[in-house]
Design a protein around this ligand. Sequence first.
Ligand code: HEC
Length: 111
Amino acid sequence: MGQTFKLTLLLFLISVSMAFSCGNAESLDAISKPSPEGELIFKKQCALCHGLTGNKQLSGAKKLTESKLPTNEIEALVTNGLRQMPSFKERLTIEEIKLVSDYAYQFRESK
Ligand code: HEC
């Protein structure tokens, strides 16, 4: 077994492990799109007031289909709450708040 073969093998292993870490980076990027996780959190935490289609207005909840808020402001609102809208910072992780905010954002496109 020559030196070149060992080197090739080493390079191969490195590229495999790099492919893996890129794969992970890609799945982190995918978080900015509406996700099944976001949908699940929405159903559990938000649908009570906002409804499954974002149009219910229990206790003065705003229609998510007509919201003009960008996702970062939705995240801030979900984190801190506003008037009748509860704060979720004790109940959800930052990551979950991102997921559910992206999910809440997409209602306006599916009008
Ligand atoms: C207890 C009922 C209730 C629950 C549960 C609830 N909301 Fe709300 N939400 C409200 C109310 C009420 C408002 C209006 C707040 C205001 O402007 O006074 C609101 C407003 C909003 C808005 C702003 C809409 C706009 O453009 O003004 C967004 C976005 C939103 N909620 C998302 C969510 C998400 C995401 C969740 C789940 C993590 C959630 N809400 C859970 C009651 C609720």
